[in-house]
Design a protein around this ligand. Structure first.
Ligand code: SF4
Length: 350
């Protein structure tokens, strides 16, 4: 059975009319799900019982269950592993800051982009996550925290722009004044650099923040880390970046994982500075977590600061991201992988 979380007000209206009910009921149902956080149809007290029964016969409401929770001892970061209706699992990371509560959601089960430093891609892509499952990750996180999420990052497992149609629906629904009504300025979408989709997203002119995983300033470096660079090399990516900034007037964030002796040299920093100088961008240097399955090691702290200084000398805005949740495998995809490994071990024992 489909989850009613998938449906926009317009889609709900069509369904309600087909069920021989009054059109305004669609808005009430939408408000119950997306504004008031209803978890059961029976909570919808302003609907007639006949309609509630029809909804129960045709739809489920909650579309995932919490399978496992890990919590960091260091900083309180929590990882929720959700089981979806088809038994696939996705991870969601919840972080509580002074300024509010942030959630990092997944947009695909697995990923086929093949970034060498990322655990999400090890098992390949299983399937896209639906709009209702993206919303579900936010609402179930609210329920778990007993507080409302007010920042969302699409940076869990998966490449959001490979699932762009669902992501666009998600942005429209989470920003709907009749629903959760989260400002798009509180949402960040991360991409490994799918050039045509960056242009398509620019044309939508959402006031979100776009984050691009760069991780190398030269094609030679980036090719070693991100296979997508062979399809869309840095020159193509930068043209799309310019188009995005010109169209939306929004600053782009470049994510740059600092990997020892691979992309953290002074020379790489100088090339990066030249590439980004004068653009409306921000660079986020990320001290990486060690992933067991690969041979990448974190850069030395001294080198990270040297890299930062080189960029800043060219007038580029740079921050170093705090390494959140490293003790609970908070790099994207790692929890899902650990879960699958555990499942395999159990099967072997049986
Ligand atoms: S970093 Fe993102 S795009 Fe790259 S493999 Fe991992 S999940 Fe996919």
């Amino acid at each position: 059975m489909d989850s009613i979380r998938e449906l926009s007000i317009k889609e709900l209206e069509k369904i309600i009319i087909n069920l021989n009910e009054k059109k305004f009921r669609a808005k009430q149902i939408f408000q119950w799900i997306h504004q008031k956080g209803a978890e059961e149809f029976d909570e919808m007290t302003n609907l007639p019982n006949t309609l509630i029964n029809k909804l129960k016969e045709n739809y489920i409401l909650r579309n995932m269950t919490v399978e496992r929770i890990s919590e960091s001892d260091n900083d309180g970061t929590k990882k929720l592993l959700f089981k979806l209706s088809d038994d696939e699992v996705v991870e969601t990371v919840v972080m509580q800051y002074k300024y509010g509560n942030s959630v990092c959601i997944s947009t695909q089960v697995g990923c086929r982009m093949g970034c060498k430093f990322c655990a999400s891609t090890i098992g390949g892509l299983k399937r896209n996550i639906t709009v209702g499952e993206m919303l579900g990750q936010v609402y179930e996180s609210n329920k778990y925290l007993q507080k409302n999420i007010n920042h969302i990052v699409l940076m869990g497992s998966g490449e959001p722009l490979e699932n762009l149609d669902e992501v666009i629906k998600f942005l429209k629904m989470i920003n709907d004044p009749q629903g959760y009504y989260l400002s798009l300025r509180n949402i960040t979408i991360s991409t490994c650099g799918l050039v045509p989709q960056i242009r398509k997203l620019a044309d939508e002119n959402f006031q979100i923040t776009l984050a691009i995983s760069l991780h190398g300033a030269r094609n030679e470096t980036r090719n070693k880390l991100m296979p997508i660079n062979r399809k869309y090399p840095i020159e193509e990516l930068m043209k799309a970046v310019d188009y995005y900034i010109e169209t939306t007037n929004r600053r782009i964030t470049f994510e740059y994982a600092m990997i020892k002796d691979l992309n953290d040299s002074d020379e790489e920093a100088n090339v990066l500075a030249k590439l980004l100088k004068g653009k409306l961008v921000h660079v986020n240097l990320i001290p990486i977590n060690k992933v067991e399955e690969n041979d990448f090691y974190p850069s030395d702290e001294k080198q990270i600061y040297k890299f930062k200084n080189i960029l800043e000398k060219s007038g580029i805005n740079v921050t170093i991201r705090r390494e959140l949740g490293s003790d609970i495998n908070a790099a994207c995809g790692q929890l899902r992988n650990n879960y699958n490994l555990t499942k395999i071990e159990i099967i072997k024992k049986l």
